[in-house]
Design a protein around this ligand. Structure first.
Ligand code: DI6
Ligand code: FE
Length: 388
């Protein structure tokens, strides 16, 4: 997986990876490897080694589930009817507020195991189902605890501006001011977030409200990310790119001006085929325009109870190919190299290069396209994080 390589996948046929103190010190052809005095040597027996997978967009921490809502929708209820009856995202908010930190940790941990058993070594976790200061900080403390207590690198993102909570019904501007002010203060004071995200959409927050939250985030030195152009085109991705966002995510309705702004700013595109599939959307993200402008394309599970109850990174690779027509090589880059970019971790992980963390997934496959091609198949042999 050497970057910029002409060989498909940057593959090295007879390769060696050497690590010291959890970091790669050499990755490349055996014939060019320097002589090492290795304390331990592992023969991978012709298996394929990729970087550990990176799930760069999840909402892993929430209370309850929405299985009943799924049944209602199959009986003909619409998302709006369910929401008006107090269901939808607000039912997840109610359950999240009612749950203890230990309960939230236990359910998120089960979902995390689904990700790691398919080779994930880095995960991003957003808040966004608390929607008040106490509950948002509770969710982020759980997310931080996952990074401390589990064998995974976790990045946390404050998504207080995910939806307007019932207490602020009809007053999204007041709620956005709370998020940008006292809520963000509380999150930053405890060091609970690496980045700040906003759901910029007709049913959520306007571009003006989004800008307000981003300005506050930047003033605190936090990275910014956006949920944009999922259901309509409000120009959120362009706004976020111009403000230096790490990534813009979803992007089904993104136009070429937005793509160009992202290319100029180096903002990664994160596409989320699970939500597209589950909502039975028909408008696809503009993959050809992203390719044409050279925007790095990442992909992620978007694991969440409402629109993407998906915790399989391998299924996500398949969906990106079948639904969005990514090549298997692009899909794999989307969950490794480009996912690292979407998290600002490109110097840390995402490729097999000297200097980076020794995060590896070792697969029982004949060729890398199998990872995206097969469905319901988990060929992970071994997962290694920081050389362990
Ligand atoms: N986009 C979505 O589709 C979800 N959040 C987001 O930013 C919806 C979340 C939910 O329904 O629980
Ligand atoms: Fe999301």
């Amino acid at each position: 997986m050497a970057p910029g390589s002409e060989v498909p996948y940057g593959a090295v046929e007879d390769g060696v990876i050497a690590a010291r103190d959890g970091r790669i010190i050499y990755a490349g052809p055996r014939s060019e490897a320097p002589a090492f005095k290795a304390a331990q040597t592992v023969d991978c027996e012709e298996r394929w080694i990729t970087p550990g997978l990176i799930d760069c967009h999840t909402h892993l921490v929430y209370g309850g589930d929405r299985a009943h809502e799924f049944e209602l929708r199959l009986q003909g209820a619409t998302y709006e009817e369910i929401a008006r009856a107090g269901g939808g995202i607000l039912s997840s908010v109610k359950a999240t507020r009612a749950a203890s930190e230990d309960e939230l940790f236990a359910s998120a941990d089960r979902r995390l195991r689904e990700l790691t058993r398919e080779g994930v070594t880095t995960v991003e976790i957003k808040s966004g189902y608390g929607l008040d200061t106490e509950s948002e900080t509770k969710v982020l403390r759980v997310a931080r605890r996952i990074g401390r207590e589990r064998d995974v690198t976790a990045r946390t993102t404050f998504l207080g501006a995910h939806a307007v909570p019932p207490e602020y019904k009809g007053r999204s501007g007041d709620y956005a001011a709370l998020v940008a002010g006292p809520m963000l203060d509380a999150v930053a004071a405890e060091g609970l977030a690496d980045a700040v995200d906003v759901f910029c959409e007709g049913i959520a927050f306007s571009p003006e409200e989004t800008r307000l939250v981003f300005e506050a985030a930047k003033a605190k030195g936090l990275a910014i990310k956006i949920h944009a152009e999922q259901l309509s085109n409000l120009g959120g991705a362009k706004l976020a790119a111009e403000m230096g966002a790490l990534s813009a995510d979803h992007l089904e309705h993104l136009d070429e001006a937005g793509v160009a702004a992202m290319a100029k700013a180096g903002t990664a595109a994160v596409v989320l085929p699970g939500a597209f599939y589950f909502l039975r959307e028909t408008v696809k993200p503009p993959i050809d325009l992203l390719r044409k402008h050279g925007v790095p394309i990442a992909l992620a599970t978007d694991a969440n109870p409402g629109t993407s109850p998906l915790t399989s990174p391998l299924m996500t690779l398949n969906m990106a190919c079948t639904l969005f027509r990514l090549t298997p090589e692009e899909a794999l880059a989307g969950m490794t190299r480009n996912a690292a970019k979407a998290l600002g971790l490109q110097d840390e992980t995402g490729t097999l290069e000297a200097g980076k963390a020794c995060d590896l997934a070792i697969w029982e496959i004949e060729r890398p396209a199998e990872l995206a091609y097969r469905i319901g198949f988990n060929p992970l042999h071994t997962r290694i994080r920081n050389g362990q």
